[in-house]
Design a protein around this ligand. Structure first.
Ligand code: 8OZ
Length: 368
């Protein structure tokens, strides 16, 4: 029987085990520049088969929160190079999550204090984080403006530019953040997309931007270095699709021929319930649709996994399991899973913002 601790392959990436560190926003990159402390944090966790970085803005317009990193300036690339070099020296593999927040932003974070951009000018009923006197503070998002049709090729170019920057910074690949109510997910879902052009209305139209971006990334990096994260039914950031099953089956069927490294699926509500009574979804059918269309990428599952759930998922055919909060609190999560525990508990108060506390100071088994 396959176990979590066996090596596997995801596209071009040879991985030491089937345990991934999920992308986790930590708001510790002042001025969007990755720091040496971030290099220490990721390196502490390099025994994961795959590290996925925190969501990272592809452009100034793609920024939506205080102190989240970017991947578009020389200083940012220099910061990331220190992260990837340290992770590789520790034997790890690391991909960067490419992020455009769309409407989940605030004018004060946008170039020229402009309105954030979105498929349609509909404000998200959600909050973002700004720094007020250096203190992370939740505020309502700003009302966005609808992107003009003529602007969409530029958005695709911004993703591609960031992906090439990722390679230049030493990353093993990229993960497209198409989940959790950010730009790509805003285009996908009926609640946030009221466009009347080729990017709204039908499923093929709402999935068009996602597929254009993925095809662009594959052209630049090769499919074997590209993954994607999807969240079919999450309520995160105020998105809802009227018919998620056919929408996401369409998406994965069209991803299948692109030779992606992996498909990463958030089951249920991000960071919350794994099954939602009012938002049913058949994940096995989603995977079956991908495989039936010839998709050979690794299938990565996420959300609320513990050891027994993860072992069951791998026994049932998942290729990789991504752990989020357990990786915040357990830098040596792989060793702890191997032993069956014990596990440190994460401290929510230090998730977003701050320095070492709750970031690089969680003990390993060897420390205790
Ligand atoms: C928590 C806080 C801010 C952003 C996501 C990038 O949900 C995020 C995020 C999570 O994907």
């Amino acid at each position: 029987m396959t176990t979590l601790f066996e090596p596997t392959r995801a596209g071009d990436l040879q991985l030491a085990n089937r345990i991934a560190m999920a992308p986790l926003t930590r708001n510790r990159a002042p001025n969007a520049i990755p720091t040496p402390l971030m290099a220490a944090y990721y390196t502490q966790r390099a025994s994961a088969g795959l590290l996925i970085t925190e969501a990272t803005a592809i452009s100034p317009q793609g920024q939506g929160y205080a102190d989240v990193p970017g991947l578009y300036s020389t200083e940012q690339l220099d910061g990331w190079k220190k992260v990837t070099h340290a992770v590789h020296a520790a034997g790890g593999k690391i991909v960067v999550q490419l992020w455009h927040v769309g409407r989940v932003s605030h004018t004060s974070l946008q170039p020229g204090d402009a309105a954030p951009v979105a498929p349609s000018a509909l404000r998200a009923q959600t909050k973002t984080v700004l720094l007020k006197d250096g203190v992370p503070t939740f505020v309502e998002t700003s009302t966005p403006r609808a992107l003009e049709l003529e602007e969409l090729p530029g958005i695709v170019q911004d993703y591609r530019h960031a992906a090439r920057n990722a390679v230049a910074s030493g990353f093993d690949g990229v993960e497209l953040h198409a989940a959790n109510g950010y730009l790509i997910d805003q285009f996908l879902k009926t609640s946030s997309n009221q466009r009347k052009d080729d990017y709204g209305g039908t499923i093929p139209n709402r999935a068009r931007l996602l597929l254009e971006v993925v095809r662009g990334l594959v052209d630049d990096l090769g499919g074997g270095r590209v993954g994607i994260r999807l969240s079919p039914v999450t309520p995160a950031n105020d998105v809802l699709d009227a018919h998620p099953q056919p929408l996401f089956e369409y998406v994965v069927r069209h991803l299948a021929p692109l030779g992606l490294a992996y498909i990463h699926v958030i089951e249920g509500a991000t960071g919350g319930a794994r099954t939602l009574e009012d938002r049913p979804f058949d994940y096995a059918a989603l995977k079956a649709a991908y495989r039936a269309a010839g998709g050979q990428g690794a299938w990565m599952v996420n959300n609320g996994y513990d050891l027994p759930l993860a072992e069951q998922a791998v026994a049932d055919g998942a290729d990789l399991v991504a752990f989020g909060r357990p990786f915040i609190a357990n830098p040596d999560l792989v060793a702890r899973l191997r032993r069956g525990g014990p596990f440190n508990e994460p401290d929510r108060a230090t998730f977003y913002g701050g320095k070492e506390k709750g970031y690089t100071d969680y003990p390993t088994l060897a420390d205790s």
